[in-house]
Design a protein around this ligand. Structure first.
Ligand code: LLP
Length: 417
């Protein structure tokens, strides 16, 4: 069931009219549906129900503490890429032994925090990182559980900016070199080789690339077995796409079947790192039309949300459906939906028919739950938006709108000024 639906002419999130939330809390505003978030977690959990698995929700898609808490309550682990995400995960009650830590540039402080917290595993992305983790574990008198992230050189057939599993990408260890890296890792004193990991990209809309990557790591797992290295975990990363416009990504069921088929005869725990598929369609961004402006060649619908609030259209040319929160009679307007930021790339949509709108109306920018607020910034000194979670007829703020005071927090005027 879609929890963002029109009742008559008004858009609702679950049982609450979106306009009611926007009128109370102002715009720009992110609104998340509790029921959708819950359903998405359950869909993954059920799809992989026949195999040992750990869902490590990918925090980077949406790091709000309430969302992490909701997933923690359902038994989720976490995929993190920084000390900050690790900190947030632990604070939200995600058990440390369900946290996988990826990323090509882990610092010493971050490595120490992860070792001391007792995480599930580091997903190691280079030889040098491996040495660094070993050295820190030794210094702390502990053993660090590690997986090596393999770069399987698979084309994920997605936007090049969100493709991660090809030779030209900075991620992982090339599949030609990874066996040597495993031998090296296995010989280190303070690391424990527990898994294999890959992540080939994001917004992937076919199962083919996942299967190709799986075949490659399955061969690796057999080679490792021959060497006497028995890994417990196969971390298949995230990357399952969602429907923004007219994509038809596989459902978690189909994705699970394709993955599990490859490892049917392999006793291994599957670790999943879905981000976008968990939160993307569970959230919308609400913005207000400030002005309608007729340019010489096109119309501009000027709204109060900019690229600092939702940057995906600007940097990936991403499509987000935009709908009036309250449908009204009249002639639909076609134009560019643009924000108040001083950049020509500050747009939410180009040459889009938006329906009949007038200044003061609210618009809903759909599918904004993933990489929306999480990628927002204070550019042009714009306080970041408010976030709200809806459950049935109830809604509560899960992050207050920033204030002007927040903008200058931490700044210091030097004594010599
Ligand atoms: N695991 C790792 C190691 C990752 O790097 C990512 C995403 C994920 C899991 C989760 O992937 P997902 O299931 O969300 O596709 N900002 C871009 C997406 C960047 C994804 C980066 N890594 C966007 O807005 O489209």
């Amino acid at each position: 069931m879609n929890h963002f639906q029109y009742k008559d002419k008004d858009l609702y999130c679950e049982d609450v009219p979106v306009a009611q939330i926007a009128a109370k809390l102002g715009t720009p505003l992110f609104v998340y549906s509790h029921a959708t978030l819950t359903r998405h977690y359950q869909a993954f959990d059920k799809a992989f129900g026949n195999v040992d698995h750990i869902i490590c929700y990918s925090a980077k898609a949406n790091t709000n503490g309430a969302i992490l808490k909701l997933f923690a309550n359902m038994g989720s682990g976490l995929d993190v890429v920084s000390g900050g995400e690790l900190h947030r995960g632990l604070a939200a009650g995600i058990p440390a032994n369900k946290i996988a830590y990826a990323g090509v540039g882990k610092t010493q402080n971050e490595i120490d925090l992860a070792i001391n917290s007792g995480i599930l595993m580091f997903n190691v992305e280079s030889f040098e990182e491996l040495q660094a983790i070993n050295a820190r574990a030794k210094a702390l008198g502990k053993k660090a559980p590690i997986s090596l992230r393999v770069n399987p050189n698979v084309d994920a057939k997605t936007h090049p900016y969100i493709s991660t599993g090809m030779k030209k990408n900075k991620f992982g260890i090339a599949k030609e070199a990874v066996l040597e890296a495993y031998k090296a890792a296995n010989a280190l004193e303070a690391t424990d080789v527990v898994g294999i990991d890959f992540h080939i990209g994001s917004q992937i809309t076919q199962v083919g690339p996942f299967v190709e990557a799986m075949e490659s790591v399955k061969a690796l797992a057999s080679d490792l077995r021959d060497l006497g290295i028995n890994v417990k975990y196969l971390d298949v990363g995230g990357g399952l796409g969602i429907n923004y416009k007219d994509e038809a990504p596989p459902e978690p069921d189909e994705y699970a079947k394709a993955i599990c088929k490859v490892i049917a005869d392999f006793p291994i725990t599957v670790v999943l790192e879905p981000g976008r598929a968990m939160v993307g369609n569970a959230g919308i961004m609400v913005t207000k039309v400030l002005y309608l402006k007729e340019g010489t060649t096109k119309n501009f619908i000027i709204v109060d949300a900019g690229m600092n609030d939702l940057v995906r259209p600007s940097i990936y040319d991403a499509y987000h459906l935009i709908q009036p929160v309250n449908m009204r009679e009249g002639n639909p307007i076609t134009g560019d939906v643009v924000g108040p930021i001083c950049e020509s790339t500050d747009f939410l949509a180009k040459d889009r028919e938006i329906g009949a709108v007038t200044s003061g109306d609210f618009l809903a920018v759909m599918s904004s739950g993933a990489y929306g607020f999480a990628m927002s910034s204070n550019y042009n000194s714009r306080p970041r938006a408010c976030e709200v979670m809806v459950k049935g007829q109830a809604f509560e703020v899960i992050r207050a709108r920033e204030t002007y005071e927040d903008l200058t927090r931490g700044e210091n005027i030097p004594t010599f000024l």
